[in-house]
Design a protein around this ligand. Sequence first.
Ligand code: IVH
Length: 677
Amino acid sequence: MSDSKKARMRELTDQLQQYSHAYYNLNQTIVPDAVFDELFDELVALETAFPDFVQPHSPTQRVGATPLDKFSQYEHALPMLSLEKAKTDDELVQFNKRISDSLDVENDIVFCCEPKLDGVALSLHYQHGVLARAVTRGDGFTGEDVTHNARTIKSIPLKLLGSDQPAMLEVRGEAYIPLSQFAQMNDRSGSSGEKLFANPRNAASGSLRQLDAKVASSRPLSFSAYSVGDVDDEHAKLDQQSHYARLLQLQGMGLAVSPLLKKVTGINAVIDYCQDILQQRDTLGFEIDGVVIKVDSLAQQQALGFVARAPRWAIAFKFPAQEQLTTLLDVEFQVGRTGAITPVARLAPVVVGGVTVSNATLHNQDEINRLGIKIGDTVTVRRAGDVIPQIVAVILDRRPAQARDIIFPTRCPVCHSAAERVSGEAVVRCSGGLFCPAQLKESIKHFVSRKAMDIDGLGDKLVEQLVDQQLVKTPADIYTLDMPALIGLERMAEKSALKLLNAIKASGETSLPRFIYALGIREVGEATALNLAQHFGSLQAIMDATAEQLLAVSDVGTVVAEHLQSFFAEPHNQQVIADLQRVGITWPDISVQQASAQPLAGCTIVLTGTLSAMGRDDAKARLQQLGAKVSGSVSAKTYAVIAGDNAGSKLVKANDLNVPVWTEQQMLELFSSNGVA
Ligand code: IVH
């Protein structure tokens, strides 16, 4: 073999060893998983070709890394293995063929499928139904005893339900942190100046490997069971035939199993399942990196047995990675509606989770400091769920010599007014107000948007032209636009100009909540605008309100009250409002209802399925008029779920939780009996 191949094997071994030490022992991710996997696969290929040159300390010679020595060690009765991987449908078909051939069966094989959670493996030992021990995977043979932390995880029962439990039952599963809780946890850490976690998996791993259970208990860990390990079960309480049946038994004992667990027949059904889960990936609420497929029959599993590191009867179908490496090419500064100057990273385009990413937000100066990032750096970008791409880490040992510091502007990059950082705030703001074309553009875009004045046909590009050509300098100018002015614009024919003028005119008859929202007062969203309108009934009353009176409105705290008062105190804003009224914007005042007189005051309502009489936004607005809070998720505290056609999981959950379910007709009757049009 060539010396260059030998050298490459040595290099890969060293690199991988270093990465996995950081990952397993120090809870640090140096490179994204996908990069690690690629290097690992390259090494496996070389070692297969040149078996005589496998080094004893190669990462392929053990399952993971050696555990830290500060926890007590525990040897697994049965090793915790890893899974073979498939990336294409074809590889799934080959997997199916291998096992069919090996089992010598003609019939379709029955598989048990579920999402592959992106957390950390955890083994729970139940002795006569009582949680006796919890052990991490460690190197697959020996793990760390983290019983003290596992006991703090609410989804792990301390005692299993039902009598006559096996003398010993080892449950294996994944400890993980749901995305919403991860975001909250990082927000909390961020505001208290603690270090942020790059992703939910690192957070789960770091939380589980705390010496102090108090720390772990403050972390939002969950657990989902995916298999049975070691058992001593003389009464044969556990099902002896099917993996799927066993998981349902675990569920019956009080453990969580995946709500997406499914038994399917034949590899084509497996492929469909994988596609289905991939479609749902961004909306699941927790991170997954693929699907795990297992032969369901325990007898067939036993017949198939194991290869070196993995069972022959299971495979992981891997989804596109949600983290990748790329280069930070430059940083640009964008000015938002409220003047906030946001650094935006321009990246060498890279495909992350199936989508090409070339921009990511860097949030603010604090985030730049925290990352310690420079232009030219190699960075890890991450795209998960619906959120905008983030830069989560910098690979310092790849920093080029000519890397440049990111310099925050001291003047607005658009209007050159001074840029100011308010003490106690992370953001830097342009002080130009509506004099700044960038702020003006964003304010106008907000003003005309669907939930504000709702001017159909006045899109972002058009707003930019109107501001650039100085046809619009304040929101009221929109209402004095005429045919000659519009015709002069790019791609604006007479017909569309006429349509736009009609839409502008129609928008002038609005509602008080829309008008308040359209003003773009900081932190006054749709819901707050509605509460203000209902509480005070007229714009004048809101403008005249004292801080104390404002604080009496639900959702209004001291920060929002301050923003409202300083907005209305500003002569320039008073002028904007007067001009808008002068050009004919009107709305009916609202008769002020006492909150307690509202029939749905304090009730949380969830809308699901398709409504036929009105859109969801309209139904929501009417429910809010009756005092309801409209939420997107069902819990035991939900007052009622209104189910339209084809209602899905929310309806199921409502029924599970005994939450009342109303039809659309019942909702309409409620509206008409309360005079809500
Ligand atoms: S089954 C014999 N099912 O993926 C191996 N593993 O490479 C049995 N994982 O670290 C594993 N979700 O913790 C299985 N539904 C699932 C899983 C799952 C995540 C993790 C597991 C292990 C890795 C296996």
